[in-house]
Design a protein around this ligand. Sequence first.
Ligand SMILES: [Zn+2]
Length: 224
Amino acid sequence: MRPDDRCRWCGGPVAQGASLIDLLCTEDLLCAACRHQLTPKPCTVMLGTLRIRGFYGYEGLFRSMLLQYKECMDEALQDVFLLPLARRLRRQLRHAVLIPMPSSTLKRRQRGFDTVPSLFSMLHLPIAQVLEKSGEMLQSGNAAQRRHNAAQIRLKADVSLPAGRLVLIDDVLTTGATLQAAAALLPQAKEAVVLGVNQRWLPSRPSVFQQIGERGRNKTKEKI
Ligand SMILES: [Zn+2]
């Protein structure tokens, strides 16, 4: 069996559990059982005037895979997140320049690769790294500290801004502070694309008064 015939997550055969139509129509990097747990559920979040599109809730297998990719430097997982969306996204974002949210120099050095540009590289769209962290802040601390740290970004001094449609990209929408800071620096960017969205942004998050019953997640779904 070739390496590409193995599921990038569980190591089982990619063909296992897949229907004939699946096999004929799609080339996946995950087996059907893993893909079933990592099925995109597109949603849109408005952060001020910034329209953010996301595809996975930051929970379950998506969260585990992203952590494995980022913290264990498991580059085999790089393309599994966008693969089912790539063709359509590439079409929708044609003529756009992607602006990745910056990671710290320390993290980049530890990993040996820059996570956000790598995660979106399969779209084969121009990526302009015009933002940088303005300080090497720790990612720990309470929510307010993390939010403050995330907002510590600036435009690089030595790069020129690309003209045309700018789309901010990030791996996960957590507090929203980074994207908000980026949108303030680049007001011409009206949209953003993230892989995952923290449950806090999704109306399906059950409140203390709504622990039982239908979550109403469909309200956040839309066709991409
Ligand atoms: Zn699998």
